[in-house]
Design a protein around this ligand. Structure first.
Ligand code: ATP
Ligand code: MG
Length: 567
């Protein structure tokens, strides 16, 4: 809604593309891809990559493919394949008919492997995984050639064909590129191209294959087969770029995309690696991949985030090569600003305290008009019933008020939003001395007008006690207590899980107009925050998730009052 007006900020990648277009590279074509591995749900870090790749395609009149990088079948499954498509679509992007799987290319990848062998650029190696590691050398010491490196082309062709035919067990042999065991770049020390994996059923190719190509070999070939022009990936692949280029330079393929790296998004007080997110789900630390505390797209959606707010966030953080750790408040500000504009207002009382209006007739009700949005008339109005018994929030009453407290106090007055000014006449306590009820009077002359003879300090929200809907409120806090939970030496990230990240209120009340609120609809509960109807809601039994708190509920309401607006 509000991001379409804003131009996408430029970045170094767009500048490279601009230059390529000026130079007439790729016949003026721009083709990108988003290549997730279907081994988990997408998270906010992926959103950065999605917005970058699909955003460039949109702005340059190009294309962006969705390609599943599915070369690790034992960790992947169809649930992830489906959730990824759902999430990319929800973010507002469309790959049209260009949905691909790296596994679509398994046969071609195999043919290219044969080509490498014939050219003397790949060999079958019988070293064990441990020996391969040992031979590889270190950052400071060169590696040593495998004793199998000089096998004849015929022997290599025969062995790879037999690997494919299933003649050897897992780990018995691998296919390796023949590059340079002394290279300062370890990725070029005869990297593995294929490994044997028996007994896995691939979600796309079933049991057709028992050898699987490695990512570093599959990725450039897939990019080239799809005619990608700019292959955008995160910085950890910078050292892999020479291998990306080597692969394409040594096979007969008519395309050589340019790999460009940018920095990953890191968000404070959460973790982003799929391995860690999987652990949180599998070990029951959260209620699932779409738990509203998770940094996943599905979690943010359930929490009440809009696609526009996430795209706005990705625009704001930008794309650079420097490592960045972004504050959670940067993400929260985006959803706040979006919902401020478009979430209808409603009233909800989270910590109810009963108030009896002693001069309002029992069994009577008055339907008062409330605006759905303070700024936008077109969002309309609704009726809120006023009755003799109402609930206000416990925190809006203080028997011994702190300095500057502008809400209800014994003998004091406060305005009920959209209704009247009430005065607290009497406090009822239980045996333990806790306030359980207030008896108040209301001033009939104050509907929509302030009394001329005295100043009313505050405005509070309320709901009708007999007519309100009881609701469950789920209030979320950060999932971790440490800004970088996975970066603390000698500590497991789970040690920093916040034990109070979920706070459930089962005795909250919302105004009756919310009876028809649909799952996923979003509201601003005045003075409380933005909330979203959770899918756990049942008819007459709503559950709300707090998306985000209001920045400063008081400042706004007081300013409105000072401006003499109807409250
Ligand atoms: P993870 O470590 O979470 O498993 P990954 O890089 O292995 O991440 P992929 O599914 O391979 O996950 O990622 C698909 C694309 O999203 C890749 O191009 C990757 O570079 C990009 N991506 C992943 N995480 C981030 C992030 N935090 N910030 C920006 N881009 C990311
Ligand atoms: Mg990956």
């Amino acid at each position: 809604m509000n991001d379409s007006k804003r131009p996408t900020p430029t970045n170094f990648i767009r500048q490279i593309i601009d230059q390529d277009l000026v130079a007439g590279k790729n016949d003026g074509r721009v083709a990108t891809r988003f290549p997730p591995e279907p081994n988990g749900y997408l998270h906010i870090g992926h959103a950065k990559s999605i917005c970058l790749n699909f955003g460039i395609a949109e702005d340059y009149d190009g294309t962006c493919n969705l390609r599943f990088d599915d070369t690790n079948p034992h960790k992947e499954n169809i649930e992830f394949v489906e959730s990824i498509q759902r999430d990319v679509r929800w973010l507002g992007y469309d790959w049209a008919e260009r949905l691909y799987y790296a596994s679509d290319y398994f046969e071609q990848l195999y043919e290219f492997a044969l080509e490498l062998i014939r050219a003397g650029k790949a060999f079958v190696c019988d070293l064990t995984a441990e020996q391969v590691r040992e031979y590889r050398g270190t950052l400071t010491a060169p590696g040593r050639d495998s004793p199998y490196r000089n096998r004849s082309v015929e022997e290599n062709l025969d062995l790879l064909q037999r690997m494919r035919a299933g003649e050897f067990p897992d780990g018995a042999r691998v296919l390796r590129a023949k590059i340079d065991m002394a290279s300062p770049n370890i990725n070029l020390r005869d990297p593995t191209l294929y490994r044997i994996r028996h007994g896995v059923i691939h979600h796309q190719t079933g049991e057709e294959w028992c050898i699987y190509p490695m990512y570093d070999y599959t990725h450039p070939v897939s990019d080239a087969l799809e005619g990608i022009t700019h292959s955008l990936c995160t910085l950890e692949f910078e050292d892999h770029r020479p291998l990306y280029d080597w692969t394409l330079d040594n096979i007969t393929i008519g395309c050589h995309p340019q790999q460009i790296e940018f920095s990953r998004l890191n968000l404070q007080y959460t973790v982003m690696s799929k391995r860690r997110l999987t652990a949180l789900v599998d070990q029951g630390h959260v209620r699932g991949w779409d738990d509203p505390r998770m940094p996943t797209i599905a979690g943010l959606r359930r929490r009440g985030y809009t696609p526009e707010s996430i795209r706005d966030f990705c625009d704001r953080i930008g794309v650079t090569k420097s490592d960045n750790s972004v504050q959670m408040s940067a993400l929260e500000n985006c959803i706040r600003e979006d919902l401020e504009e478009r979430a209808p207002r409603a009233m909800a009382v989270l910590h109810p305290l009963k108030v009896v209006i002693i001069n309002f007739p029992a069994d009577s009700r008055e339907d008062l008009v409330a605006r759905n949005h303070p700024k936008y008339d077109e969002m309309g109005t609704r009726l809120v019933p006023f009755t003799r018994e109402i609930y206000i929030d416990r925190q809006d009453f203080a028997e011994t008020p702190p300095k500057g407290f502008k809400r209800l106090v014994p003998g004091g007055e406060v305005r009920l939003r959209y209704a009247y000014v009430i005065r607290c006449e009497e406090i009822i306590k239980d045996e333990a001395g806790e306030v359980v009820e207030l008896r108040c009077s209301y001033d009939r002359a104050t509907l929509g007008v302030n009394p001329s003879d005295r100043k009313i300090g505050g405005v509070i929200h309320w709901v009708s006690a007999p007519l309100a809907l009881r609701a469950e409120m789920r209030l979320y806090d950060r999932l971790f207590t440490h800004p970088t939970p996975d970066g603390v030496k000698d500590h497991d990230f789970k040690e920093f899980l916040n034990p109070d990240s979920l706070h459930i209120l089962t005795e909250a009340y919302v105004e009756p107009s919310l009876e028809i609120a649909e799952i996923s609809s979003r509201y601003q509960f005045e003075r409380e925050g933005y909330f979203c109807v959770d899918e756990d809601s049942a008819a007459g039994d709503p559950v709300f998730s707090r998306t985000v708190t209001l920045r400063d509920s008081w400042a706004k309401i007081e300013a409105q009052q000072a401006a003499g607006k109807r409250t």
